[in-house]
Design a protein around this ligand. Structure first.
Ligand code: AMP
Length: 433
């Protein structure tokens, strides 16, 4: 994998003090050099220090904590009896992230015989409790299911020596703060803790004080360099022609695998319906989809069975899709940083990427803000069969439009409610007979 200048460091994994079983697995993954967060964090974690890591997914942060934790567990387990206790606990906000982290531990720990398992909500607990009963060294968990299984007596945290809180800002965003406090209260006082967050607002810093002891701060900012290496193209079009323009863009067979962003959950569903009507394989991931649905869509996308994965910003954050070449912005975010996050999903860890944005008149102003932030002009595609001819709405037109939109929304939800009520009556009547 090619790493860009900012991400890579003139370090080698061999110089970080890592043991052979780990170096062998890293080599098999074809990582030639550690990323910035890895070369900074690995020696710190190996030396037993607490770390406050300011880094987001895509920087290689999973390996930055997984590899040194595996080394600690391996070296300290050597010669001990076979009994396994949970000696490392990783908490992360979503099921997708939890699965990815556990997979990383499995890959990097391939030659260590260190065992991990992953637990998360939304599925039956039986397989998870069975795995716990067989014994694990590392537990990767989402907060809710962890507390649930602790309450049921399946998990004790008394032996945890290495604790990681991953994506702390997102945890808070998802309302997990009470769960995290409860979990921390059950951890042994004597432990090493690592705390990762993409952003560091006051609340996060306060939380980190409760978890870490004399931490060393490690910071990496992947955004600017990532954006530089991504090819960015822009289509100006009318609101009504976005759909047809998307079909036109997807006629390019080079775009065989694309993550498409839509601001709203309904928008996601609508786009998927439109794409399917054109026989384009697509699926949506957003907060209203069940965990199972989201996971299935992600797996199918990764396996190449789905061409377009349509996602909201929150659902897509933190999901690691290797070698993603294309991102499409079906709308232009009004917060410029969101644009950077979105297009940063391609070109990860230095891979090449391409971002295509579709802009309707109302969003023209957002483009100007984005260009200011990224300090460059986005290339406007000239060969556009659906060019922008409408003007942005005036203030009064906008007001009218918002009203109309609300009316349509109300109508949609009223009809949905009615359909659900009818379905209930129908089901009840069938039960009677
Ligand atoms: P993460 O930030 O942990 O989600 O990692 C982002 C992606 O970078 C994953 O697909 C990793 O497999 C990959 N990666 C992690 N470390 C390296 C490295 N040193 N060299 C190349 N790729 C890496």
């Amino acid at each position: 994998m090619k790493l860009n200048e900012e991400t890579k460091k003139a370090e080698r994994f061999e110089n970080l003090g890592l043991i052979q079983p780990l170096l062998k697995a890293i080599k098999e993954k074809n990582y030639t050099e550690p990323t910035q967060i890895q070369s900074k964090s690995i020696p710190l974690v190996l030396s037993g220090q607490d770390v406050l890591g300011c880094a987001q997914t895509g920087t290689g942060k999973t390996a930055a904590f997984a590899i040194p934790i595996l080394q600690h567990l391996y070296q300290e387990r050597h010669g001990k009896s076979n009994s396994r206790k949970i000696r490392s606990l990783i908490i992360t906000p979503t099921r997708e992230l939890a699965i990815q982290i556990a997979e990383s531990f499995t890959l990097y720990g391939k030659y260590t015989k260190i065992r991990n398992t992953v637990i998360f909500g939304g599925v039956k607990q039986r397989a998870q409790t069975d795995a716990l009963r067989r014994g694990v060294d590392i537990l990767v968990a989402t907060p809710g299911r962890l507390l649930d299984l602790m309450d049921q007596g399946y998990i004790r945290l008394n032996d945890v020596e290495y604790f990681v809180l991953d994506e702390a800002d997102r945890m808070l965003d998802m309302g997990f703060i009470h769960d995290i406090r409860k979990i921390i209260a059950k951890l042994p006082v004597k432990r090493q803790s690592l705390f990762f967050s993409a952003t560091m607002p006051r609340k996060i810093v306060d939380l980190s004080h409760k978890i870490l002891r004399n931490p060393t701060k490690v910071e990496v900012s992947p955004e600017a360099p990532t954006v530089e290496i991504i090819q960015q193209n822009l289509y100006y079009t009318n609101r009504a022609s976005k759909k047809d323009l998307l079909f036109h863009i997807l006629r390019d067979s080079k775009i065989e695998h694309v993550l498409l962003f839509s601001r709203t959950k309904h928008g996601c569903d609508r786009i998927v319906r439109n794409l399917k009507s054109q026989k384009i394989k697509a699926a949506a991931i957003h907060g209203d989809k069940t965990q199972n649905n989201r996971q299935k869509a992600l797996e199918q996308f990764k396996a190449g069975e789905i061409r377009v994965l349509v996602a909201t910003d929150i659902a897509a954050r933190g999901i690691d899709i290797n070698k993603l070449k294309y991102v499409i912005n079906y709308d232009i975010p009004n917060i410029s940083e969101t644009y950077v996050h979105r297009i940063g999903r391609t070109g990860r860890a230095g891979e090449e990427g391409s971002a295509i944005s579709i802009c309707e008149p109302e969003e023209n102003g957002y483009i100007r803000d984005i260009e200011k932030l990224i300090k460059r002009k986005i290339t406007v595609v000239e060969n556009n069969p659906f060019p922008q001819t409408d003007k942005p709405m005036t203030a009064s037109e906008k007001k009218e439009w918002e009203k109309e939109k609300q009316k349509r929304k109300n109508k949609f939800f009223a009809a949905k409610k009615e359909r659900e009520a009818k379905r209930k009556v129908f089901k009840a009547s069938r039960k009677r007979y």
